[in-house]
Design a protein around this ligand. Structure first.
Ligand SMILES: O=C(O)c1cccc(C(=O)CC[C@H]2O[C@@H](n3cnc4c(=O)[nH]cnc43)[C@H](O)[C@@H]2O)c1
Length: 233
């Protein structure tokens, strides 16, 4: 398999306008995630799966571009992510009940202040509670291990225990971190389309140990989750 970091974004420019209605747009960062989602969806016709790049900025731009060309009833940010220790183990799934731009703000002598605390915008996008519980229950019914909670969007992968502890204190209940959710959610929110985020856990949030990442297992869990999404969305 190619590196997880390969970003084949051809699906963005190849995207064709689809019938409006109950269409679901799934946004992944990289092609390995897209392929796992597509395996799970097994040709489901009401889903489009698009590679939008790594990080919140690339994904926001790519998602906005797709949403400008077609109508969707739901946008799903899906991919691998880091799990906060004690909240989400390797190979398990996290369904976001809130999508939080966790490092968008300012450092002050009193500590971090988020953009919304500074009065400049928003950093938290809630997910419909009924949708979260419906999807989480359906995933659990197939034997998958699922946590619901805030999923943090960061521009820098956490690499120390200190940062992991700081983020967990900043967002109580934080279950996972990744790099795209808030970008996808901002584009969806601005288009008035409901959003959800699902992460399969490839690594713990904390000291950088690239060799300990379990990307294959996380992609398998993402595939399994996608086959459930096929049935419930
Ligand atoms: O270890 C590195 O040197 C490194 C540098 C830049 C990027 C990476 C990635 O693995 C890209 C992250 C990619 O996967 C998602 N992801 C998975 N685990 C985490 C995490 O613990 N924190 C943040 N993002 C994570 C993310 O959504 C990206 O798409 C590695």
């Amino acid at each position: 398999m190619d590196s997880i970091l390969d970003t084949d974004m051809s699906s963005v420019s190849d995207f064709r306008q689809q019938e409006p209605g109950r269409r679901v747009l799934v946004i992944t960062a990289v092609s390995a995630e897209r392929d796992a989602v597509l395996r799970g969806l097994r040709g489901a016709e009401n889903f489009d799966v698009v590679v939008a790049g790594v990080g919140p900025i690339a994904t926001a731009a790519s998602t906005a571009k797709v949403l400008a060309t077609a109508e969707y009833s739901l946008v799903v940010s899906a991919g691998i992510g880091g799990g906060f220790i004690g909240r989400a183990d390797l190979g398990s799934l996290v369904v976001a009940d809130e999508i939080v731009a966790a490092d968008l703000g300012a450092e002050t002598p009193e500590g971090f202040r988020s953009l919304d605390a500074l009065g400049f915008g928003y950093t938290r996008i809630p997910v419909d509670a009924g949708l979260v519980s419906q999807v989480a229950e359906a995933l659990r019914a197939t034997g998958l291990v699922v946590t619901t909670g805030p999923v943090l969007t960061v521009s820098t992968v956490t690499g120390t225990s200190d940062t992991a502890l700081e983020l967990a204190a900043r967002v109580p209940g934080a279950a996972a971190e990744a790099m795209e959710g808030f970008g996808v959610a901002t584009a969806a929110h601005e288009h008035g389309v409901p959003i959800m985020e699902i992460r399969s856990i490839s690594n713990p949030v904390g000291p950088r140990d690239r060799a300990a990442w379990r990307i294959e297992e996380a992609l398998e869990a993402l595939e399994a989750a996608s086959s459930v999404l096929r049935e419930v969305l």
